[in-house]
Design a protein around this ligand. Sequence first.
Ligand SMILES: Cc1cc2nc3c(=O)[nH]c(=O)nc-3n(C[C@H](O)[C@H](O)[C@H](O)COP(=O)(O)OP(=O)(O)OC[C@H]3O[C@@H](n4cnc5c(N)ncnc54)[C@H](O)[C@@H]3O)c2cc1C
Length: 371
Amino acid sequence: MDYDVIIVGAGSMGMAAGYFLAKEGKNVLMLDAFTPPHEEGSHHGDTRIIRFAYGEGASYVPFVKRAGELWQELESLANESLFLQTGVVNIGEPTCAFIQNVEASAALYDLALEHYSPDEAMNKWPGLFLPKNLVACFEPTAGVLRVEACIQAYKKLALEAGASLRTNEKVLAIQAGDIVQVQTVHNSYKAKQLIVTAGAWATELLQTVDVSIPVTPTRKTFAWFEADEQLYRDEVFPAYCFEFADSTYYGFPSIDGAGLKLGRHDGGDVVNPNDPLRPFDASDAVDLQNFVDQFMPQHGTLKYGKTCKYSMTPDEDFIIDFLPEHQNIVIAAGFSGHGFKFSSAIGEALADLIVEGKSKQDLSTFKLSRF
Ligand SMILES: Cc1cc2nc3c(=O)[nH]c(=O)nc-3n(C[C@H](O)[C@H](O)[C@H](O)COP(=O)(O)OP(=O)(O)OC[C@H]3O[C@@H](n4cnc5c(N)ncnc54)[C@H](O)[C@@H]3O)c2cc1C
C-alpha cells in the first residue's frame, strides 16, 4: 500500500486535513494541481473574514468557535500572527434574515455584540455612511484571517509532521474500491482512504466515480480602493458585511496600507474551472464603485481588482460527508463563499471522520443526502 490516506486538493481544507492526519500518525499524501497557496482557486486575496455571530445561521456557531480556537493554536504553533481582531460590523435592515441570525447566534451562545443606530455607527466610524433604515451589529471579537499565511502555516506543519505533498500534479480520475486509486498527470497512487477537497473542481473530479454533487463553480470579483488611512486603517475601521434584499457585500479595512477591500457575495457567472477566468474589468468595477461611493464615500480611487472562484451549493450550506457507496472516501466541498474561516475546524473534522469514522462536530447540516 502506498499511503493510509490521499488528499486530493491541498488548499484551504485539504492542507489543514493533511496536518491533522499526519499529526495522528497517518501516512498521508496531499496532491494538488498547483502549488498552494496559489491564485487559481478560492483562497487568494490576502484576507478572509471570521465572524462568530453567524448570519448564515446559529447552527454554525459551535463549528466556527472551534475554528477560532484552532486558529489561535495555529498562530502559536507557527509563531506567527494570522488573525487580526478588527471586529466585524454586520449591517442590514433589522428584519432581514442575516441580521436576525446574527442576533440569535449572539443571544444563544452569549457572544459579544454591540448595536448601533445609523447615527451612532457614523459617529463611531466616520468613514461610514448609513441611511436611516439600516442597523449595525458590531462583533468586537471577530476579525480577519491572513488567508495565504494560514495555508502556508498548515503546509509547513503538515510537512514537519511527515505528510507528503506533490504539487503541480492534477488528479485526473479516482477509482473507488477497498483500496482507492488515483490517476494523476504523472503517476498513480493507492491508499486505504481518500479525501476530496478539490474546491471548484470537486464536481468534475467526483464524476470520475459516478457521483454527482450540486456544486457550481462561480466567478467572483473583489477590489481595493485608495483609502484615507485616518478613517479606514484596521486600527479604526472594522471588516464589514452589508446585507440587502437583493445583494450582499463584504469587505475589509485598509490592512498594511493595502487600501479598502470590497467584494460582492451574491451573483457571479457560472464558469468551467479549467478555463482562465475573465480578468477583472470595467464592468466589474462599476458595481463595487457604486457601493463604496454610497456607503464609504470618503474612499479614494480604485487601485485594482482580482477574480476568484466560489463553489456554490443550492442552499449555500457546505457538503462534508462520506460518499454514500464508498465509506472510505470523504468529500468536503461547496463552501459557497463562506468556508475559509472554518477550514481549521474542517481539517480537524475530516481527520476525525477518517480516523474515528465520526466527528465531534455536528455535521448533519452538511450531508450529501439533503439534495
Ligand atoms: C473572493 C473570495 C472571498 C471570500 N471571502 C471569504 C471570507 O471573508 N470568509 C470566509 O470564511 N470565506 C470566504 N471565502 C470562501 C473561502 O475562501 C472558500 O470557501 C475556501 O477557500 C474553499 O476552500 P477549498 O479547500 O474548498 O478550495 P481551495 O482553497 O480552492 O482548494 C482546492 C484545492 O484543490 C486543488 N485541486 C482541484 N482539483 C484538483 C485535482 N483534480 N487534482 C489536484 N488538485 C486539485 C486546487 O488546486 C486547490 O488548491 C471567499 C472566497 C472568495 C473566492
